[in-house]
Write a protein that binds this ligand. Structure first.
Ligand code: MOS
Length: 735
């Protein structure tokens, strides 16, 4: 294999930097109508009256849609349930007069120009009958419920009480919003005959297509969803978002093409990372092994759906402990349903667990890496099975060496340079390595070009590029001879791009389909009189440099073009699917060790994360260049989690107060210094034929804890409530 494993620039890089790559809001149509949403200013209640007369008087306004005059929509919850809908009753945009959260759409202004629509939207007058709302997680604690039973092993409470050393503390994380650079947008192009071609910012064209035809009662072939490029999503494009519903609604109502772009403020009405309050209690021996792990989480959900992700059971996959208890509660608030945001559950749960492990190491006077090595588990205790592969030990050692961890002085506050306190902190990361059934079509033509097609997405992660690399290797072609088609609901089946499963899913599907192409070519090649491949077995041949070649005897070969000529065809087209081989006997995870250096201004409390080393074990790395970008992006997001990101609510109004990039702080270039990514060798012949695990999410997991632990090491101050802003640091006493 020459392309797999080679650092390769994005095949779509040129299209992106020249603007040739088009995003959902950039597709055009004749007489395109522009839609602007009007959103609710109350958190709970009913709409009593909507006055659209003033908006309609604006020249260029075509119509204003509300729940009273919208086109027909399905009436059952089932019709709104898509692949990732949590239990409950999905939200229906502009369906009726009920207000479920502030920021929900209540009207859609349709106009000839975007500026006109946006202006007229300010003239729509909505009257409400407001009801008392609840948006404060801390206040609703008492009313929380358990959506699922706790996971237990042994008797954790008893073991904790009897433990030689105990650590027991509460950690909290605020709501975070994805804030991808690309705004949520949809352009619906109405074609002749009334068919709708929907360009949407989505992580799953097939899921959106199924949802939209179901919601609007259309025939399967009347609506197609495309998403060739996505400017970041991080989970915000998993469930069909309201902009696409509004745009399709507008196109149906006006029988014209319609574009709806959400404002940055409006994107805060989409799913978000739920706030959580977690308790981690660790019972340990003086020798630094664990007797008990208790991890509870309380997190937000909406009044209408129960959203929950695995936040609390990660210790079971990482650290040996005979006793454990993991529990999760949800509190219903008058907010939109939360959703997945990069490593959902893992990023939050591992923040709490890894800070708790650091606190335990301090109590035990043990180096934090040493504690983790003493607790290292060679089995996933949750499922009581071994791993397909786990090179986490190597992550610790290689990460520590690259970082210079041996220069760390154990005592907090003992390292400084001038007025800056220096801290070294570390943490472990873990994420699932999944594979989903995915189908790929390969069309190989006699001139040595292959088109690879799959309905999967490239949400900026580099899917186009890794698909090209895998196909080029499997078909024996240069990268330039492979073209990729993706992000189109009419292409072969793919689930959503999420869960870090796309590389493994689509990569192995390409391999399987390429084998089918190879078999067909061999069949044709054998028909050539005195074929050099006579008697060759399919397992023994490969495609190399435009030829079908025997692996055991490379002198036996037939050019692909000759085989096709023999078969009187000018192309071979095959569609095949690959699915996970997970039979439940091996635990499948990626792992990481993150080392962070912070410098804290002693008087001002300003924190800079000056160095991070993120050492990752994630099976075979298809493309070290794009994979590094993924881990680096995740690391940046983890720094944002630790220091900056927080969506604030004014509970009087049940409304977000910083729903803009001026006040919702994400790390900018000036916040990010040196980040080094290490990929630890991790051959894995069990997980899937190509040994791929996926890297989209692992980079964020553990990073916030490494930063928080470094801040404690620098200052002696333990801030357990993210983000660690300078006010919290300055007002906190030293431990
Ligand atoms: Mo990811 S949060 O599954 O897009």
């Amino acid at each position: 294999m020459t392309h797999i494993g080679t650092p390769t620039s994005r095949v779509d890089g040129r299209a992106k930097v020249t603007g040739a790559a088009k995003y959902a809001a950039e597709f055009n149509a004749d007489m395109l109508v522009h839609g602007c949403a009007v959103t609710s200013t109350i958190a709970k209640g009913r709409i009593t009256h909507i006055d659209v007369s003033e908006a309609l008087r604006v020249a260029g306004v075509i119509d204003v849609l509300t729940h009273q005059n919208r086109p027909n929509m399905a009436r059952t919850d089932r019709s709104y349930k898509e692949d990732v809908a949590p239990p409950g009753s999905p939200y229906r945009p502009l369906y009726d007069d009920r207000i479920l959260h502030s920021g929900q759409p209540v009207a859609l202004v349709l106009a000839e120009e975007w500026e006109i629509a946006k202006f007229a939207a300010t003239l729509v007058k909505v009257e409400y009958n407001a009801e008392a709302h609840a948006t404060d997680l801390a206040l609703e604690r008492g009313a929380a419920f358990e959506p699922s039973k706790p996971i237990t092993r042994g008797d954790a409470d008893k073991a904790l009480a009897a433990a030689q050393v105990r650590h027991d503390a509460e950690y909290s994380l605020p709501i975070e919003h994805h804030n991808a650079m690309e705004l949520h947008a949809a352009t619906v192009i109405r074609e002749e005959g009334g068919k709708l071609k929907v360009y949407d910012k989505t992580q799953g064209v097939m899921n959106s297509q199924k949802y939209l035809v179901s919601v609007f009662g259309l025939k399967k072939d009347e609506l197609r969803v495309l998403s060739p490029y996505v400017g970041g999503a991080f989970g915000s494009g998993l469930r069909p978002a309201f902009q696409v519903v509004l745009a399709v609604m507008g196109a149906i109502a006006l029988k014209r093409s319609v574009r709806v772009v959400l404002t940055r403020h409006q994107t805060f009405g989409l799913p978000y990372r739920p706030a959580s309050i977690q308790r981690v209690a660790l019972g340990a021996t003086n020798g630094g092994t664990l007797d008990a792990v208790l991890h509870d989480a309380l997190s937000i959900t909406s009044q209408y759906e129960d959203f929950q992700r695995n936040t609390t059971s990660w210790a079971g996959a990482l650290y040996k402990s005979p006793h454990a208890k993991y529990a999760h509660k949800l509190a219903k608030l008058d907010l939109a349903t939360p959703g997945d945001m990069r490593a959902p559950g893992g990023a939050c749960g591992m923040y709490a667990l890894e800070c708790a492990m650091d606190e335990l190491a301090v109590k035990l006077k043990l180096d934090p890496v040493e504690l983790r090595l003493r607790c290292y588990s060679d089995r996933d205790q949750n499922a009581d099975i071994p791993y397909s592969s786990k090179k986490l030990r190597e992550c610790y050692t290689q990460g520590a060496a690259a970082f210079g961890w041996d220069k760390r002085r154990a005592a907090p506050g003992s390292m400084r340079e001038g007025h800056e306190l220096i801290g070294f902190g570390m943490a472990t990361g873990i994420w699932e390595a999944m594979q989903m059934k995915t189908s790929v079509r390969i069309t190989l033509t006699a001139n040595g070009h292959a088109e690879v097609a799959c309905a999967t997405s490239d949400i900026g992660t580099g899917t186009y590029t890794i698909m090209t690399q895998v196909a080029a290797d499997m078909l024996g072609l240069p990268l330039a001879n492979v073209t990729i088609q993706l992000g189109d609901s009419t292409l072969p089946y793919s689930p959503l791009e999420g869960g870090s499963w796309t590389a493994a899913s689509v990569g192995n599907a390409i391999a399987v389909t390429a084998q089918a192409v190879t078999r067909e070519l061999l069949r044709l090649a054998k028909k050539i009189p005195d074929s050099p491949l006579k008697g060759a077995k399919a397992e023994d041949v490969a495609l190399q440099d435009g030829r079908i070649v025997s692996r055991s005897d490379p002198s036996r070969a037939v050019p692909v073009a000759d085989a096709m000529r023999q078969g009187e065809v000018d192309r071979i087209e095959k569609t095949s699917a690959a699915a996970s081989n997970d039979d439940g006997t091996r635990a499948r995870y990626t792992h990481s060790a993150i080392f962070a250096e912070v410098r804290v201004d002693e008087e001002l409390g300003v924190v800079r994360v000056t160095r991070v080393v993120n050492a990752v074990a994630a099976g075979r790395i298809l493309n070290p260049k794009t994979a590094r970008s993924q881990v680096m992006g995740g690391t940046v997001m983890g720094i944002g989690m630790a220091l900056h990101e927080e969506t604030l609510i004014d509970h009087n109004f049940g409304r977000y107060v910083n729903a803009n990039l001026g006040e919702y702080h994400v790390p900018v270039n000036a916040d990010i210094h040196d980040i080094e990514v290490i990929f630890v060798e991790e051959p894995d012949e069990i997980i899937n034929p190509l040994g791929i695990k996926g890297v989209g999410e692992i980079g964020v997991v553990g990073t916030a804890a490494a930063v928080a632990n470094a801040i404690h090491h620098a200052t002696g101050k333990r801030i357990r409530d993210l983000p660690i802003t300078l006010d919290k640091l300055l007002s906190s006493p030293s431990a």
